[in-house]
Design a protein around this ligand. Structure first.
Ligand code: UDP
Length: 324
């Protein structure tokens, strides 16, 4: 199979590319390298470009006859999305429309879309399934939900087949240790904890300790990037027998507080990790934990990394690389 991976040089995309190549699929990466890394895509073909460039997308499909598209390109920082909503809607919604229109012209009818737990907003019950109301509380989540809606409309109007995968907290790194999560500035918890442990980052801050949770800090469901990659491949297989637009939640079904993540990292690293308590970060819901029952039942997906320490250990190996 030949797969176009948009955003294939980024954190989750590069793990996807490696997984596809390992399964002997042909991979074309489309990436503007704004946050991604050229060296992360192995022997996949790279087309450097931006989703705002409709002509570049058309040209790509004219040259490459792909069987499916996986779409990871997005701006994904909640805080920035609140300050720069136009930027987020332009990139995440208008950019995706360019991609969808180019796919339609080229008769490519299968898309796996990176969605997010941020489509739900503040959870109304504990284990969030796909039927949970979607009321995003920031432009990032809203931009992803808009695309989900567009995909549902496109299924009816044009017969586009799609699977939107709503990731909870992507974490960890490939077990080879040579690709991983690297953003500048880094905002995510596990990389920040590991940077602090290695003395490579600034002061670790815990945002908010007065949430209604067991220790007052936010609870999240951490799911390994390689498990996300396997779900994408399952999603493409699923589309060969199912038409329409589908959504699936992807997580481990187990929540950890920020302090529990720090404690698990301390056990992995073997040292104390200093942190300071800081005010809540705007836009953070107190608890986000997935029910992935539907993905398990319908996609036949089951995460291989279910232990938080093991997930952190894979990330730690990547953070220990000298070049990082
Ligand atoms: N967090 C924190 N310190 C950090 C980064 C994150 O306390 O340096 C908290 C954040 O407020 C949230 C949780 O860790 O409650 C997970 O945040 P992350 O940015 O990793 O993922 P998100 O849930 O925002 O997608």
């Amino acid at each position: 199979m030949k797969v176009l991976v948009c955003g294939g040089a980024g954190y989750i995309g590069s793990h996807m590319v490696r997984h596809l190549l390992a399964q002997k699929h042909e991979v074309v990466v489309f990436d503007n390298l704004s946050t991604g890394h050229r060296e992360s895509i192995g022997e996949a073909a790279l087309i450097e470009g931006d989703l705002s460039d409709a002509k570049a997308l058309q040209a790509l499909f004219a040259v490459h006859r792909v069987d499916a598209v996986m779409h990871f390109c997005a701006l994904s920082l909640v805080g920035v999305s609140v300050k720069e909503p136009y930027l987020y809607y332009q990139n995440n919604v208008a950019g995706t429309l360019n991609l969808l229109q180019a796919m339609r012209r080229a008769n490519v009818d299968k898309l796996v879309f990176s969605s997010t737990a941020a489509v739900f907003g503040n959870p109304e019950y504990e284990l969030i399934d796909e039927d949970h109301p979607t009321r995003p509380i920031n432009p990032y989540g809203a931009s992803k939900l808009m695309v989900e809606r567009i995909l549902a409309d496109a299924a009816l109007a044009y017969g586009l087949r799609s699977v939107a995968l709503r990731y909870f907290n992507a974490a960890g790194a490939d077990t080879f240790g040579d690709i991983g999560e690297s953003h500048e500035p880094e905002t995510h918890l596990i990389p920040n904890v590991l940077r602090a442990a290695l003395g490579k980052g600034g002061q670790l801050r815990v945002f908010g300790d007065d949430y209604p949770t067991r220790d007052g800090t936010c609870v999240r469901d951490y799911v390994h990037v390689n498990d996300l990659a396997t779900a994408h491949l399952r999603a493409v297989e699923f589309m060969s027998t199912h038409d329409g637009a589908h959504v699936f939640n992807l997580g481990n079904g187990q929540g950890f507080t920020v302090l529990e993540v720090i404690a698990a990292a301390q056990r992995t690293v073997g040292t104390q990790i200093a942190f300071e308590r800081a005010p809540r970060r705007p836009g953070d819901p107190p608890v986000l934990v997935a029910s992935s029952k539907r993905a398990r039942e319908q996609l036949g997906w089951s995460p291989a990394f279910t232990d938080i320490e093991r997930i952190i250990e894979t990330a730690y190996r990547w953070h220990c690389l000298p070049r990082y």
